[in-house]
Structures are given as C-alpha cells and as structure tokens.
Design a protein around this ligand. Structure first.
Ligand code: NAG
Ligand code: NAG
Ligand code: NAG
Length: 514
C-alpha cells in the first residue's frame, strides 16, 4: 500500500487544468453531491470556475471561482416547481409543460446575467474541460463555446437523452423513468410496461423535436450564428458521472465512459453539533425520532389535518421528536422540537437517534443507512416513490401514504419500525453495502475527470451507438432483409410444392408444359 501510494500521485499526475463547472438547478439536492468534488479538484491545483445556485463561499479554496446563480431559487418558487411535481390533479404532460417553462425562464435569467455574459464573451478565457449537469440539452453549449471536452454529471440517474448521448441502452422495461411513479421498478405489470414504452418514445420525440428546436434558436442567440446543431454538441459527451447506485436503482448496461459515483460521496466529515442541539439529543434518554421532508418538499404540501394527525401521533409516543419544518405549526406537543433547518448528517450520527421519518430522497436515504438508522417513508414525487418502495422491499423501513396519514396508522408505522430490530439490522447491512467499493466515489470521480483531461476527451471510449441512426441501431434493415429473404424462400417453397402436388395428382400434360 505504501509503494502504491507513492506511485499513485505520479501516474495520476495531470498538469493543472482549467475547469468550468455548470450546475444550474436551484435545488440543494442537485448541488450537494458535487461539493466535495469541486473542493477536491481545486485542492489538487486545478483552476475551477463553478456556476452554481449554492456557492460554497469558502475563502480557503483559492483555486475555486464561483458564479452565484442563487436567483434561480426565486424563479423556481415563482413557478411552484416542486409543488407541481407532487400535484396529483395534473397530468404528466401538463407537469412536464410547466416544468419546462420554469426551466426556460431559468436559462434566460442565467444567460442574461452579467457574469455569464462576461464569461462567454471574454476572448481571453479558455477551459480545458467543461463539467455540465445532465439537464436540458442547452447547457452543453458551454462546452462548445470553449471547444473543450465535456463531462456530464447528475445527482440521480441521467435522463434518457443523456443516456442516448453516451450510447447507453435505454430500455423502458428494465429501467423505467422515475417520473412515471412506477413503484416496483424491478417488476412492471402489463399496464406499466405499455405506459413506460409509450412514455420513452414520446419523450424522445419531445426532446429531439420542439425542445431541441427552441434550444437551438437560443443557442444561436446567445453563442452566435455559427453555433452548430445542439444535438451534435450534446452527443459529444466524453464521460457521464451519475450519482446512482445499485443499492437504490436498477442495474443497467453501461458504456465504459458511464461511471456510478453514488456511494455517499456527499457525506461530509463529522462536525460538532450546535450546543443546544447536542444537549437536547444527549438528554433524550428514550431516544429521538428525526423528522425531515428534505429541502424541496415544503410544509404547505401537507394540509392542516394531516399535520395535526402527525403531531397527535407524536404526542402519544414515549420519545422526543426533532422536526425540520419550514412552516409554523399549531398545538405542538411538549416532546416535539421544531427548527427551520438542522445539520441533518450530524443529527443522524447521534447515537440517540432511533428513526428517521423522510420523504425518501436519495441523499436522505444514503445518510440514514450510513448510520444504520431505519426509516418511515412518506414519498411525494419523482424517484421518492420508487425509492421508498424499494426501501420497504429491502426491509429497512415502512411506507405511509401522504394522503392517508391518520394519527393511528402513523403511530403504528413508527412503532413497527422502532419495536422490530429487523429494520435497524437491515439498515446497517445496507449501509455497509453502500460504502463497500474499491476506491471512494470521490477518488473515482476525480480519477475519471483527470483521465478525460489527460486524453483530451478520451474519444476511444465513444460508443458507435451515438452516431447511429435508430433504424441501424434497432437493426430494422437487417431484420427486414432476413424476414424478406425468409418470405421469398417460403413463398417459392410453397409455389414449388403446389406445383409438385398438382403434378402428382392431376396428370402429366400440364406439368410438361410448365
Ligand atoms: C491552488 O493551485 C496551485 C497550483 O495551481 C496549488 O499549488 C495550490 O496548492 C492550490 N491551492 C489551494 C488552496 O487549493
Ligand atoms: C467535440 O469535442 C471536441 C473535444 O473533445 C471538440 O474539439 C469539438 O469541437 C466538439 N464538437 C462539437 C460539435 O461540439
Ligand atoms: C387533507 O388531505 C386529505 C388527503 O388528501 C383529505 O382527505 C382531507 O380532506 C384534507 N383536509 C383538508 C382540511 O383539506
């Protein structure tokens, strides 16, 4: 190991590179997984320019320059983006339309901002690599502007147009899209298979049709008339880093330039808890239930009745409850302590935490099992639905329907998890599975990024599928030719057989003529 650690810095040495990172989504769960990566890259001597909605503002990172795009939060709020996602009265296409509108407003605000304008018009700026969030195709324009290789990163599974761009199989039955709210992603029923099949085709046409058309116009508007087709730029991705993991998602066949880095990379080193919180947790001898619905599920998404049921259930339990809630609650029981924000990772590390009640976001689940804490899941939207279903199936928590929370069933779910040691054992087991990897996800991500820099885009890893038209990829010409040949053979055999039979049965003269 000692020898290895001496060699490793030498073979992995890369001249300090200039890296542009663009993570445009105003949501902490899209930003958080990559914070250790920006830190690490800059500490290794790379000059990192980060466009983010959540700047680190850490002055000790002298090689990290940040472009603050936090105004994006206000734009998403104005469009109610996260309420729309869990609105069951709206159809999937309506939700898609509204989110797209928010996404386009966001792009406009970002592109017209002074800092971004300066960045793309300054002739003296150059980058060796662009790391871009796997979002709308438009953002790959930044890689084209600086004529540099592009790495795509995502805080979950990449959307299908990015999978196509890297040459990964998109299979609607093996890897259904999480927006479809299919609970059991391992075993779709007939109806779900039909829906997933149609959704994949329609989404493909939507993205490669009018979305790309709008974005191509915007690409030319902001980056100049000589801008090529955006699809060509997007299909130039050198590497895909997904914050996914087989503990939480279905496995999928991947081209060698698709790398999974979802092994809890965002989990930070322990920090000291604020004094009052530390005292509170230390003195809660019966144990503490931690309640948080994450940063995107706001308190107003639960109506007053449901909130009252939750508080009443808590009041009848012999435990303290630490609750993260952004709205004010009425009639708070004595054993419940509410705060607008909590240092979740450090709270979950405290030995008195017995249970986590969560919306089932990927990062919350990772943080919970890392500390061997079982859960009660209340999913709202997106991948939360299938995450929680999988959690129940694996046996480290139970699920409660957000529309059907009563005092009784909520209390029962909590007691079931707390009183049956099976859940805690399973959570611990899953945590060990999550963190068992040959090198940490951070090391893996850094190694692959520097690999792409060293090999100027590592184009030898590009899959031939990316440049192939669909008819070739799905072998329609081959299948057509084989079927055609088969048809001709069968047809001729039939004709000959018919002829022979008629010869045998009905006299010779006619046959002679033939
Ligand atoms: C910044 O980068 C230089 C090399 O470009 C490196 O020597 C230095 O340690 C880095 N400093 C920090 C604080 O990351
Ligand atoms: C594709 O990427 C390479 C660098 O890896 C770059 O030189 C080229 O201009 C890119 N092509 C397009 C169409 O963006
Ligand atoms: C709260 O939501 C539940 C489930 O959606 C519903 O049954 C109930 O009527 C609602 N209550 C109020 C006061 O809106």
């Amino acid at each position: 190991m000692k020898v290895l650690s001496l060699i490793f810095p030498i073979i992995s040495y890369v001249n300090c590179a200039k890296i542009l990172a663009v993570i445009p989504t105003p949501s902490i769960s899209h930003q958080l997984p990559f914070i250790p990566l920006w830190r690490e890259l800059s500490l290794r001597g790379h000059q990192v320019t980060l466009m983010t909605t959540d700047p680190l503002k850490d002055s000790s990172l002298t090689n990290l320059t940040e472009i603050d795009m936090s105004y994006g939060y206000e734009i998403y709020d104005r469009h109610n983006s996260f309420s729309i996602l869990s609105d069951e009265t709206k159809s999937l296409s309506e939700i898609g339309r509204l989110l797209l509108k928010a996404g386009h407003d966001l792009i406009e605000a970002q592109m017209t901002s002074m800092e971004v304008q300066n960045l793309i018009h300054d002739k003296n700026v150059h980058f060796d690599l662009a790391i871009i969030e796997a979002k709308l195709p438009f953002y790959s324009a930044f890689a084209w502007r600086f004529r540099c290789p592009m790495v795509s990163v995502t805080s979950m599974e990449a959307p299908i147009w990015i999978q196509y761009a890297i040459g990964n199989e998109v299979h609607p039955i093996l890897n259904p899209d999480s927006n479809l709210h299919i609970m059991d992603q391992m075993k779709l029923n007939f109806w779900e298979r039909i829906i997933s099949f149609l959704y994949t085709i329609l989404l493909k046409y939507k993205v490669y049709g009018d979305i790309l058309q709008t974005e191509n116009a915007r690409f030319k508007k902001y980056f100049g008339e000589d801008a090529p087709d955006l699809l060509e730029v997007q299909n130039n991705i050198s590497l895909l880093l997904s914050y996914a993991n087989p503990v939480f998602q279905n496995t999928r066949p991947m081209n060698p330039n698709s790398i999974l880095i979802g092994h809890g990379m965002h989990i930070a080193k322990p920090k000291k808890l604020p004094k009052d919180l530390q005292e509170y947790l230390d003195s809660s001898k019966n144990g503490v239930i931690y309640f948080s619905l994450g940063s995107n599920v706001k308190g107003h998404l639960l109506n007053d009745t449901i909130k009252r049921n939750i508080l009443q259930a808590f009041s009848e339990l012999p435990y303290n409850v630490l609750m993260k809630m952004d709205t004010d609650l009425k009639d708070v029981p004595k054993n419940v302590k509410i705060q607008k924000w909590l240092p979740q990772q450090d709270v979950l590390r405290h030995p008195n935490i017995k249970l986590f009640i969560s919306q089932g976001g990927l990062q919350s689940l990772q943080e919970s099992i890392t500390n061997g804490i079982p859960l009660v899941g209340i999913p709202f939207f997106g991948d939360q639905i299938s995450n929680v279903y999988r959690m129940v199936k694996k046996g480290y928590g139970v699920r409660v329907d957000k529309n059907e929370i009563t005092k009784e069933n909520f209390k029962q779910a909590i007691l079931e998890v707390l009183n049956n040691p099976r859940y805690r054992e399973k959570a611990k087991e899953m945590g060990e599975l999550l963190h068992d990897e040959p090198m940490t996800s951070l090391e893996k991500a850094v190694w692959w990024i520097e690999y792409v820099i060293r090999h100027k885009g590592a184009k030898h890893l590009r899959s031939p599928a990316v440049d192939m038209p669909a008819w070739k990829y799905y072998m329609l010409d081959v299948i057509g030719s084989v079927l055609g040949a088969l048809f001709i053979v069968l047809f001729l055999s039939y004709k000959i057989l018919k002829c022979v039979i008629s010869k045998l049965l009905f006299g010779k003269p006619k046959a002679k003529k033939d």
